[in-house]
Ligand binder design. Structure first.
Ligand code: ZN
Length: 164
């Protein structure tokens, strides 16, 4: 008997993410399912909350508002930086993610919003910030996490993290 989805369980799902304009932003169908550790913020909060208590074989539609998804869009979180601050050998494209350090010195991820010949506009808003997320989910597997997985905050094994 497989446990229902709860904190401290490793969950395998197939998912399809559709935005309100009908476009499919991401999906696992036709590829490998997603494996994540429930309760460890591996997935957006609204989806994690709505999947709690689900069981293997369940097919669920989860509508996640922006504030429980990738956040509301914050126009103040944009900054134009000179193109030469990016590595010369990288073809900078809209939507690309870069690691940088915030004013408090902590590592943060920024995304490219606009590319001009001399300047690149970056933002800490996720590319899907401000969007409602419509997930179609199929629960493929649920198992208890190992103590090591709980300590690391992510799933190991097939579909999960691999360490050397
Ligand atoms: Zn690990």
């Amino acid at each position: 008997m497989k446990p229902a989805i709860a904190d401290g369980h490793v969950v395998t799902i197939h998912y399809k993410l559709t935005l309100d304009d009908g476009s499919v932003a991401d999906q696992s169908l036709g590829g490998e399912p997603l494996v994540y550790l429930h309760g460890a913020q591996n997935i957006v909060p609204g989806l994690e909350r709505q999947l709690a208590g689900r069981k293997v074989g369940d097919k669920v539609e989860c509508v996640v508002p922006a504030n429980e998804g990738y956040g509301e869009y914050d126009p103040a979180a944009e900054q134009a930086v000179p193109r030469n601050q990016f590595p010369a050998d990288v073809d900078v494209q809209v939507g690309m993610a870069f690691q940088t350090r915030g004013r408090d010195g902590r590592a943060m991820t920024v995304f490219v919003r606009e590319v001009k010949p001399d300047t690149v506009t970056i933002t800490s808003n996720h590319p899907m910030a401000g969007q409602r997320l419509n997930f179609a989910i199929e629960v493929v597997d649920v198992r208890r996490a190992t103590p090591e997985e709980k300590k690391h905050g992510h799933a190991h094994g097939p579909g999960g993290h691999h360490h050397h």
